[in-house]
Design a protein around this ligand. Structure first.
Ligand code: NAI
Length: 346
């Protein structure tokens, strides 16, 4: 029997390592492509049954049409978020599966790592002591104990982050469009999140509704000195408004693992280049902004889970009537959808 052929876009060394390890007995024939999937590169999927893509691949309508023409049967996302896929257009054309959870701990722990780094100025101290500068000037932080953290999105990652915060003795309030019943979570409105929180952490998906939820108006309602954490999706924050909030000294610090224009720069080494994105450059130049390049998921446990689940998704799609991790636009709120797919979406 012919092996299934997978075109693997935006392949990095760490992806290859985990996928090669999980592809025992070389069950799948995988073409690792360094390039991202775009309309220009889609033709590289010719002759493959499956395309495997990540967060910054472009899986818009035109790309989907091109993949369908070439006979691709499945788009296998090796991530949870799917805002880069036109799932409405994909419906009836190509099935889409994702990895709904690979390590929510990895992301929640990274959010806390960013928060601690920021409020205790670890990034500053690290650079100083490497230069034998042992001065403490300008390194005063604040206790997390007793502070109020507002969490937006109380799904898998949000809840773990909330537990971590509780461990630090913080007061936790939350907003979710679909509050979890009997969870013991103190839900409030978004306005109350903006008004009460010393720290705000975003853990909801990017949708038309949540795009730019942190904007000029919401920042105006926040406490002076608020710390904003985003490990979810960049476009939840209007970056220009955030920059202005920082310049006005309204926002005390921002920790960003994601950025709305990240697909142009993240995952690449531009250390010898002039970066054209002035907003990103200005944000990075701020002493109270920490940027990591969509790294929150990057633990060995998460990478192993991503590879195993992606292969299981492909196997299940090809061999069975149903696809547990299929997504389609009809699942009204897939983020909250607990429906077990008993058959494929179409
Ligand atoms: P999840 O699906 O378990 O939870 C998302 C929560 O957001 C749900 O409780 C849902 O009800 C809520 N939600 C949906 N629409 C909302 C709205 N309009 N307003 C407020 N809340 C809303 O997802 P999970 O696994 O916790 O992931 C959260 C996000 O983290 C993902 O959407 C993804 O974008 C991001 N992520 C980032 C990673 C990174 O490396 N930085 C890695 C993995 C996920």
């Amino acid at each position: 029997m012919n092996k299934l052929r997978i075109a693997f876009f935006d392949a990095k060394d760490y992806d290859k390592e985990s996928f090669i390890r999980a592809n025992t007995n070389e069950e799948f024939e995988i073409t690792y492509l360094e390039t991202r999937l775009t309309l220009d590169t889609a033709r590289l999927a010719e002759g493959h049954d499956v395309v495997c893509v990540f967060v910054n691949d472009d899986v818009g309508a035109e790309v989907i049409d091109q993949l369908e023409k070439m006979g691709v049967k499945l788009i296998a996302l090796r991530c949870a978020g799917y805002n880069n896929v036109d799932i409405q257009h994909a419906y009836g054309r190509i099935h889409v599966v994702r990895v709904p959870a690979y390590s929510p701990y990895a992301v929640a722990e990274h959010a806390m790592a960013l928060l601690l780094t920021s409020v205790r100025r670890i990034h500053k101290a690290y650079n100083r002591t490497r230069d034998f500068n042992f001065s403490l000037s300008g390194l005063t932080g604040f206790d997390l104990h007793g502070k109020t953290v507002g969490v937006i999105g109380t799904g898998k990652i949000g809840r773990i982050f909330m537990d971590i915060c509780r461990g630090f003795g913080m007061q936790v309030i939350a907003y979710d469009k679909f509050p979890a019943a009997d969870s013991g979570i103190t839900y409030v409105s978004t306005d109350e999140i903006w008004r009460q929180s010393d720290i705000i952490s975003l853990h909801c998906p990017l949708t038309d509704e949540t795009r730019h939820m942190v904007n000029e108006e919401s920042i105006a309602k926040m406490k002076k000195g608020v710390v904003i954490l985003n490990t979810s999706r960049g476009a939840l924050i209007d970056s220009e408004a955030l920059l202005e909030g920082i310049k006005q000294r309204k926002v005390g610090a921002a920790c960003l693992d994601v950025y709305e224009e990240e697909s142009n720069v993240f995952f690449h080494d531009y250390s010898n280049h002039i970066v054209n994105d002035d907003t990103l450059a200005r944000l990075i130049s701020m002493p109270n902004v920490i940027v990591t390049s969509h790294q929150a998921f990057l633990t060995s446990e998460a990478l192993a889970n991503i590879a195993d689940t992606t292969f299981e998704n492909v196997r299940e799609f090809m061999e069975k009537e149903f696809s547990t991790n299929e997504i389609c636009y009809k699942c009204e709120n897939i983020a909250n959808c607990s429906r077990t797919h008993e058959k494929k979406c179409f």
